[in-house]
Design a protein around this ligand. Structure first.
Ligand code: PDD
Length: 289
């Protein structure tokens, strides 16, 4: 097994790295994270993810112990050491290690952990053909723009969705549909691409951002607003996006078929444009590995 874990300045084989029981990530979920894809030995949107990591850490008053350039170097070195070509990097920064008190302990040094793993291509080939989703009330905290380790409601909702035969959980807030347990949501309605606005109710996805730029290139008008749940049932197309699964068509919501139950034209176009963007940045051609 190659070294595929970085922990506080050292590289380890996955099963050798050890984290203290006093780490505040473990005790309180007091930290932030990123998930970054790599294709054919190159990262996709690495700098965008590192910028968001800095923003998330800043919002919970963690100062990263490495500069952006140092973190980028570690990511690159770890990928090379791991030998993984197509997979994902999970990066977690916690406030650090100290005996358990709620307030921030003085002089604490953040824990930085990264792990690279190969990717289960079969899983995403499945979701990219089209999925069913299930709705849940959005009962998360009001700072969903922070990519925080606290994912309890997301985890429980996703599990309930899976137990009911759906792939992803969609959150419905008073303001409308916000996002999903681990992805952003889009609908094509009346020729427009509708997606919730950036703000505290959603994680501003790196994939979402790319999709919006591609939609602009494709001449698809975009509208940033929260769609209502009943609007989604009547939408021409619905899809979700995230780093792991890229663009996935939504074919049913709560067991009700969307449009004709097949991936829509605009969704397939954006999915293809997204794959082309991956190829442009990483030289990796999806489906030819
Ligand atoms: N999740 N919204 C939520 C709540 C998320 O957890 C994610 C990503 C996204 C999409 O963000 P991006 O396009 O940057 O991946 C939106 C990651 C993949 C995860 O937790 O595993």
């Amino acid at each position: 097994m190659n070294e595929n874990v970085f922990l506080n300045g050292e590289y380890y084989r996955g099963d050798e790295a050890k984290i203290s029981v006093d780490d505040r990530g473990f005790l309180f979920g007091d930290g932030v994270y990123e998930v970054i894809r790599c294709y054919g030995g190159n990262y996709f949107k690495l700098d965008e993810h590192l910028a968001r990591l800095e923003r998330s850490a800043g919002k919970i008053y963690i100062t990263l112990p490495y500069s952006r350039d140092e973190i980028r170097d570690i990511c690159l070195r770890l990928l090379a050491k791991s030998g993984v070509k197509t997979g994902k990097l999970y990066m977690q920064v916690t406030r650090g290690i100290a005996p358990r008190i709620h307030e921030f302990p003085e002089g604490i040094i953040p824990t930085v952990m990264m792990k690279v793993d190969g990717f289960d291509e079969a899983g995403i080939a499945f979701s990219k053909k089209g999925i069913g989703v299930m709705t849940f009330p959005d009962e998360r905290w009001a700072h969903c723009d922070i990519k925080s380790l606290n994912l309890l409601y997301n985890v429980i909702s996703k599990q309930k969705a899976r137990s009911n035969g759906a792939y992803e959980a969609v959150f419905v807030h008073e303001v409308g549909v916000t996002e999903c347990a681990s992805s952003n949501i889009f609908a094509i309605m009346g020729g427009k691409l509708v997606t919730p606005p950036e703000g505290k109710r959603i994680l501003s996805g790196i994939t979402r951002d790319t999709v919006l730029k591609l939609a602009e290139d494709a001449g698809i008008p975009c509208e940033m607003r929260y769609p209502q749940k009943d609007e989604l049932f009547k939408a021409d197309e619905v899809f979700i996006s995230n780093t792991a699964q890229e663009v996935s068509p939504v074919l049913s919501i709560d067991g009700k078929t969307i449009a004709d139950g097949k991936p829509g034209e605009a969704t397939l176009k954006l999915q293809k444009m997204f794959e082309d963007e991956i190829e442009k940045e990483t030289n990796f051609v999806i489906g030819e590995s």
